[in-house]
Design a binder for this molecule. Structure first.
Ligand code: AMP
Ligand code: MG
Length: 356
């Protein structure tokens, strides 16, 4: 199929935008797929209440159909239409973080089809803050089921170009709203049980959540591969291989910045001796320490938001450049670092070299 691509200028509303959103709404209402920007990453949207739309999403992404979709809403009233038994804790979280990069898991209402929830009795709901996402949801009047708009297994898209790379010809429409602000997917919190549990770390940190609820549990599968193998992952998507570049990514940690860069420089030399195409992912603080044919700066340690923002685009760049061995520093596992390390560990297939 031919994919319609339309640019939306966030700075300036144009008269032709109305026709673009009209067309996007028509597509959603007949079960078609529209990719759109959110504040986290680009989403691939379909009507959450139409089983065939969910099936179309799985087919376009090449995603296993037991991996449930997040339903995007444009107002607070939608929660009770989709979810049952919304707890006091859930209300506190919604008030604090919606609209924004937080997804809540609730018991689902009957009206939400199992196709959308991957066969589960729970439903994932998010109220995004991005103006294009909100306008699409509100004008179409559709609850928009949307996973990240990438082919299954690839890094999530943070620009329309990434969506085009993966899904051009496979979906009906792409709304190009430019690069997204955050660059990591939403924080997922299960509020369907007695105690809220973080199933996927994201921009909203466990420290922020604990600040609202007084306490929060974190699913042990988040940073540990071995736990993940033994437990049934509670967010089914967490069990799949994710974000992985085609080359081998290795994280190096422990020791000072100097020790890490010295070890990485040795590894680079060894890999080049084997005629491998090599790259280093460095930070602004360390980039001058590296001797490698390609050194990319992911962001600054002083500003982890910059690291989150660039992470997926850099993993994609490694593939575009045909890099075979990628060495990367690691980050603290606190605050935003927890989400950054969760994505990097998955991308590396949990391949970490510990110094000391
Ligand atoms: P993505 O849309 O690509 O960010 O992936 C959606 C994530 O939400 C996946 O990791 C899913 O497993 C998770 N998810 C969606 N619905 C549920 C649910 N009902 N229970 C637990 N996790 C869910
Ligand atoms: Mg995804």
């Amino acid at each position: 199929m031919e994919t319609i691509i339309k640019r939306i200028d966030l700075e300036r509303e144009k008269p032709e935008d109305a026709e673009i959103f009209c067309e996007a709404s028509r597509i959603l209402k007949k079960g078609g797929l529209v990719a759109f920007p959110t504040e986290t990453v680009y989403g691939l949207g379909g009507d959450a209440l139409m089983p065939c739309a969910a099936q179309n999403i799985y087919a376009a992404k090449g995603r296993p159909s037991d991996n449930p979709l997040i339903v995007h809403i444009g107002d607070f009233d939608a929660v009770d239409k989709l979810a049952k038994n919304v707890s006091e804790d859930a209300h506190k979280l919604m008030k604090a973080f919606w609209p924004g990069p937080m997804t809540l898991i609730f018991e689902k209402q009957e009206m939400v089809p199992k196709e959308t929830t991957g066969g589960l009795d729970t439903v994932a709901v998010r109220f995004p803050s991005h103006p294009v996402a909100l306008r699409l949801i509100r004008e179409s009047g559709v609850y928009v089921a949307a996973p990240s708009a990438n082919l299954s297994g690839r890094p999530s898209p943070t620009r329309a170009e990434h969506v085009i790379e993966d899904l051009d010809g496979r979906i009906d429409m792409i709304l190009d709203g430019g690069p997204v602000a955050i660059g990591l997917e939403s924080t997922i919190i299960d509020v369907s049980g007695k105690t809220p549990v973080i199933l996927r770390p994201g921009y909203i940190t466990k420290e922020q959540i604990a600040g609202i609820l007084g306490r929060i549990e974190v699913d042990p599968a988040i940073l540990e591969e071995h736990v993940q193998e033994h437990l049934v992952a509670k967010a089914p998507g967490m069990k799949y291989k994710h974000y992985a570049p085609k080359g081998q990514l290795i994280l190096v940690e422990g020791g000072s910045m100097e020790q890490v860069s010295t070890r990485i420089n040795q590894l680079v030399e060894e890999a080049m001796g084997q005629n491998k195409k090599v790259a280093v992912i460095a930070t602004k603080e360390s980039r001058d320490c590296y001797k490698a044919p390609l050194v990319v700066t992911i962001g600054s340690r002083q500003d982890e938001e910059s690291v989150a923002h660039n992470l997926f685009a850099i993993l994609r760049e490694m593939d575009t450049r045909g890099i075979e061995m990628i060495y990367c520093e690691s980050f603290e596992r606190e605050q935003l670092g927890q989400a950054i390390m969760n994505r990097l560990l998955k991308a590396a297939g949990y391949h970490v070299l510990h110094l000391n």
